[in-house]
Ligand binder design. Structure first.
Ligand code: NI
Length: 266
């Protein structure tokens, strides 16, 4: 089985009765005139490769299904809430994702939807992995800058340099890290308190690491090599059991935009 993921970008302008279709799907289609609500919906489907095409599913079909079936549902909900002066909370979004799931699942015979992820901004997303949309996955990115040295005292200096290369530089080196925390929230995310979540992640992880020399300033890394793998474990241990109703699902740490590691717990 293969999992294929396609992101579809679209905008809804609640100030207008309908949206301009536009011609640049890479940016957004409908295009969004002036100030509009921008969405990016990542559709992950699972299925076997079609012998005729070599595709699990033609992404053109995924784009068409999202634009024909899902975009009108989001557009109607945004406009309806706007007219009534009603806030669109996470449970409304989860409900919309659930509807999107059912609409898309009807479109295709040989593949099924495995995940829908709605990007709410470049750093925050909401995902479901079943049509029930009861449990939602909320992800948010944070940043911190830190210095570290990759070195194992049990190895010879020569072996450290062989293994860690430039990262074993005796006086250290720095990174601008990105940390993504994903939690599972019950009841369609109805109890998801983003402000509280951010405060906990900031206090328990980001503030502990930010602008620090990890090897020297963070006790945990006195005896643990501060690789992104171990940073993910550190963040997991600091957050597990501290998030109230929300259950920790995954930690991802990027050291550069080319290197990241995800940890789903022991
Ligand atoms: Ni490094």
């Amino acid at each position: 089985m293969h999992r294929l993921r396609r992101s579809v970008r679209f905008s809804v302008n609640p100030f207008l009765d309908e949206d301009e279709v536009g011609a640049n799907a890479f940016a957004s289609r409908p295009s969004g005139t002036g100030l509009a609500v921008f969405f990016e919906l990542a559709v992950e489907v699972v299925g076997r490769i079609e012998s005729e095409t070599g595709f699990v599913r033609n992404v053109v079909d995924i784009d068409a299904a999202v634009r024909q079936c899902v975009v009108p549902v989001f557009a109607a909900a945004v406009r309806e809430h706007w007219r009534r002066g009603r806030h669109i909370d996470f449970s409304v979004l989860a409900g919309l994702l659930g509807r999107a799931w059912r609409l898309l699942d009807c479109c295709w015979a040989a593949v099924r939807v495995a995940q829908l992820r709605l990007q709410l901004n470049p750093y925050r997303s909401l995902a479901i992995d079943s049509e029930v949309a009861e449990m939602v996955y909320f992800s948010e990115k944070f940043e911190f800058a830190a210095m570290h040295k990759l070195w194992n005292d049990k190895l010879s200096a020569q072996r450290n340099i062989e293994v860690f290369g430039k990262c074993a530089n005796p006086s250290g080196h720095g990174h601008n890290y990105t940390l993504e925390v994903t939690v599972k929230a019950p009841d369609g995310g109805a109890g998801l308190d983003v402000g509280r979540f951010e405060q906990i992640v900031d206090e328990r992880v980001v503030a502990v690491l930010d602008h620090k020399n990890l090897n020297a300033d963070v006790d945990y890394f006195a005896a643990v090599i501060p690789s992104i793998e171990n940073l993910a474990v550190f963040a997991w241990d600091r957050l597990k059991g501290c998030l109230g109703q929300m259950e920790l699902h995954c930690i991802t740490v990027w050291e550069t935009d080319r290197t990241c590691c995800s940890y789903y717990g022991p």
